[in-house]
Design a protein around this ligand. Sequence first.
Ligand code: FES
Ligand SMILES: [Fe+2]
Length: 341
Amino acid sequence: MAKPPLSMKPTGWFQVAWSAEIGVGDVHKMKYFDTEMVAWRAESGELTVMNAYCEHLGAHLGYGGTVVGEVLQCPFHGWQWSAEGRNVCIPYQDRPNRGRRMRTYPVVERNESVYIWHDIDRREPYFDVPDVFAAFGDGSGVDGYYPQQRLYREHLELHPQYVLENGVDFAHFKYVHNTPIVPIFTRHDFGEPVSFVDFTITFEGDDGQRIEDVNSGVEAINGGLGIAVTKSWGMIDNRTISAITPVDEFTSDVRFMVYIGRTPHKDQARAAAKADEFGREVIRQFEQDIEIWRHQRYSDPPALATDEYEGFTAIRQWAKQFYPDGIGGSAADVYAATQKG
Ligand code: FES
Ligand SMILES: [Fe+2]
């Protein structure tokens, strides 16, 4: 594929697993941002994500590492590492090594997902992970929804920014998702690391209707480049989370989650079946986007229609803040930065 001229090491929150994949005592292996990592859950339930290689002699803690109470024990010589990445025990010496630390990552578990904070300069998190319910401030909660439905696609050749740009790309809805008419945007707010995009859209009716008369839409909140949550209104109540996490310099893992709202219904089994069917349809639409993204080449500067200027300029300018050295513009910038090492 065309390697995107955008850093695959952006700053922000990124999903690395679902919470249920890592039970108490589990040590889970993964690779993100070109780095081998482990996630392990202590007896107390606390989840830690750290780099995988033991600071002693470099054993990979994902192969035979064991959770002992609140620490992770290396399979090679039994050194124990705490949730803060500190060495707390060398079994054949009376004191631990206080100097060396395993690199750990800030972790948040929310909406059944595990998110880590990634920043190559190791700054602390400076914005929060949007919650697919609470972020909309409407009093909604998971109890009002059917169980989360999921899509997981590994190692796709795409960049997280492609997925976010989809949110300002009004013209694609008609062609990729077969909406009868082109949506219009009612809000673009790219002032902060958490940004907001609202638009009016319908999936019903024919192309004879006017978008001004449509009474349904979507509100989207982007928590940096890694996570977007959406809420629909005026149509079947659904919430979505899309989470794109770079694996290496070429590929990303894509996770997409859908919640369908519960409605009072006489026949609960039938209602649940319909919700399941609708959720699968939402996922199918996201898969239509994926087919474009995974074969796409990042176009910079793009040829834009007049009405596309504002949205694309705003989101691309906003995205730059998450790239090391503010890169995210031209391929030349990226090349220069890689030469710096
Ligand atoms: S390599 Fe981990 S304890 Fe020696
Ligand atoms: Fe789309």
